[in-house]
Design a protein around this ligand. Structure first.
Ligand SMILES: [Zn+2]
Length: 239
């Protein structure tokens, strides 16, 4: 009953007592498209547990070229460096799916983190799956073609926002995938020709999920299996 009302899966997995204690410090916020939550090298002031919002982790090159290395939604938390003893973010965290989240001040979070073994287990597990996602994304960006990467990215987005339709400009997608706008247009057109997606004025609709899974590279399944495995282990421990 309680878990059904908690959208973020890391919070949903906590035992009642530990969740109640954490809840006092959590504040609901709306994350706006394009909002920057962290910049590289800056102090982390809040952690965020997304509900239906979606946040990209971007690594910068030459100070201005940004490439997505990770994607965080209801499956995760922003602010993991705190868990590992660092108070600065190594990456830019950019909201790319507007929605709600629960946030908590860094100091209050660290206090709760030390008090809650279940939160520690959940966040160490999540750190592992995010590391796996980041390293797989590095290989994906280097070896796989834009159509495959775009398909993967759309599937990952759908898993997190749990909707078939979302807003996304081609310019933004270009940043996510590290390609020029024309490359994104070409890839989106080829997925449209196969009737896997519809793309209209910045609105992307997924029309055929199994088809999109077939069009994506294996990186999608590898990361998803790892994540699902971690969640299952965690749920078993809770039970
Ligand atoms: Zn790939």
């Amino acid at each position: 009953m309680r878990s059904a009302s908690i959208e973020n899966s890391l919070l949903a997995i906590l035992p009642g007592k530990e969740y109640q204690r954490l809840r006092t410090g959590l504040e609901p916020v709306t994350l706006i498209l394009g909002e920057v939550l962290y910049e590289p090298g800056q102090t982390i002031r809040h952690v965020y547990f997304p509900n239906d919002s979606l946040v990209s982790l971007l690594t910068l090159a030459d100070g201005h070229l940004a490439l997505e290395v990770g994607l965080i939604g209801r499956d995760g938390m922003l602010g993991l460096p705190l868990v590992l003893g660092h108070n600065k973010s190594p990456v830019r965290a950019l909201v790319q799916g507007e929605g709600t989240a629960l946030r908590m001040a860094a100091a209050a979070f660290l206090k709760q983190f030390r008090l809650s073994p279940a939160l520690q287990r959940a966040l160490y597990r999540y750190t592992y799956t995010l590391m796996a996602q980041i390293s797989q994304t590095a290989a994906c960006n280097r070896f796989h073609v834009v159509e495959q990467r775009l398909s993967r990215w759309l599937l990952m987005t759908q898993d997190r926002v749990k909707k078939d339709q979302f807003r996304m400009t081609q310019e933004f997608l270009g940043h996510m995938l590290g390609v020029r706008r024309v490359g994104v247009t070409k890839a989106a057109q080829s997925l449209q020709k196969l009737h896997l997606i519809a793309y209209n004025r910045g609105e992307i609709t997924i029309l055929n999920r199994p088809g999109l899974e077939a069009a994506a590279c294996a990186c999608y399944g590898i990361v998803k299996d790892m994540h699902d495995g971690a969640v299952t282990t965690q749920a078993k421990r809770k039970a």
